[in-house]
Design a protein around this ligand. Sequence first.
Ligand code: ADP
Ligand code: MG
Length: 345
Amino acid sequence: MIRRRICGILSAVLAVMILGGCGGSTAGSPKTRYQATLMDLFDTVTTITGYAASEEEFRETVGKIQSEMTEYDHLYDIYTPYPDMVNLCTVNSRPGETLTVDERIIDLLLFAREIDEKSGHRVNAMLGSVLSLWHEAREAGIADPANARIPEAEALQEAAAHAGFQYLEIDAERRTVRLTDEKARLDVGALAKGYAAQRIAEGLPEGMLVNFGGNVVATGAKPDGSSWVIGVQDPDGGGEGYLKKIALQTGSVVTSGDYQRYYVAEGKTWHHIIDPETLMPGTRWRGVTVACADSGIGDALSTSLFLMDREEGEKLLAEFGAEAMWIAPDGTEFFSDGFRALIKD
Ligand code: ADP
Ligand code: MG
């Protein structure tokens, strides 16, 4: 995947931090705690923490995560083509053509279409024509800060005319897809990482915690029965401070925030979550953290809620059985009822 620069902040990839040190073997358990870090998958850092009987056993699990994540990363990459693979970059670069794709692409796109509908078209994976303008402006702005610009309003409007799932045909039976508009493009950045994380987590041993660049997934309690503790980052903490601690045994915690990926242009900061109504970065919230059983849904919902008012967000949460914490621009924190129960003091 094309390396989007780290925007001068490492916190970009650590929206949610795993707290707590690395211990040795736990009392009463022959298992030892291990940790590994994988770089560059989905343009982010993946941290794997777990207990295993031996280092070899742990390494095997890490290897499995790495190879599966690499496959998903390549399949869902919209920027880079890979030899002998039809991926989303291929789909984007060949509008009009009917392409046979991997089942994992069909599954992701069907999920993305469902989220587009359920989010009232706020999280729209067929907004690529617009998002690519922001992506290019951000890349150029980071490379050459003195000349950083935001996309022209007219160009954004023109691009928006080519957005929407009406321009994507998906034939699940034949496993084919086709962009029906010359300028329509996919961008699955809002949900692909979580979707892949969930598919991979389902095949992992119990008692692991994997942080896929801010998409945290837990596969069961630690061997001593205790929960994992996950910190919700302070938007102004520069990757250090956290606002709340969440106790989690099984499930996922995902954050979308305005402090994760951004650049500075024309004297202001511009982040990466674009409101389809204004075609500009959303300004309602600093961050939204979603806790739910499925990390794909968590990823899609955290981006959706970031672009909605709280009432609408609550409705979406109820539909998916998820919980959330919102951080308003003035720092006020809001919680769905069930989220409070997850907070550890
Ligand atoms: P992160 O990538 O940091 O985990 P998100 O899950 O919130 O953050 O997704 C942000 C990404 O989603 C953007 O980088 C972009 O690729 C894409 N995106 C931004 N706005 C929208 C939108 N309104 N609908 C669909 N995708 C979006
Ligand atoms: Mg998301």
